[in-house]
Design a protein around this ligand. Structure first.
Ligand SMILES: [Zn+2]
Length: 73
């Protein structure tokens, strides 16, 4: 099975969900998110690669957040 990688709208956690799903439950805060394109960070990730992809996305986002001062509401 492949996974899509999503961003939680509520807490900005990066979570894996089943590929092609229309909603996902945040792995961090439990919020139910309706998936749209802006929330999908990666798609069609093999299960064995999910943790590596999430780690890379988190690193990239941490860099960006430092530049922007993490002013997300
Ligand atoms: Zn969340």
């Amino acid at each position: 099975m492949n996974y899509d990688i999503f961003l939680c709208k509520k807490c900005a956690a990066v979570c894996a969900g089943r590929e092609g799903a229309s909603t996902f439950k945040c792995c961090h805060c439990g919020a139910a998110n309706r998936i749209d394109r802006s929330l999908k960070l990666a798609s069609c990730v093999e299960s064995k690669n999910v943790s590596g992809v999430i780690a890379r996305i988190k690193m990239a986002r941490a860099d960006k957040d430092q530049h922007l001062g993490n002013g997300r509401a």
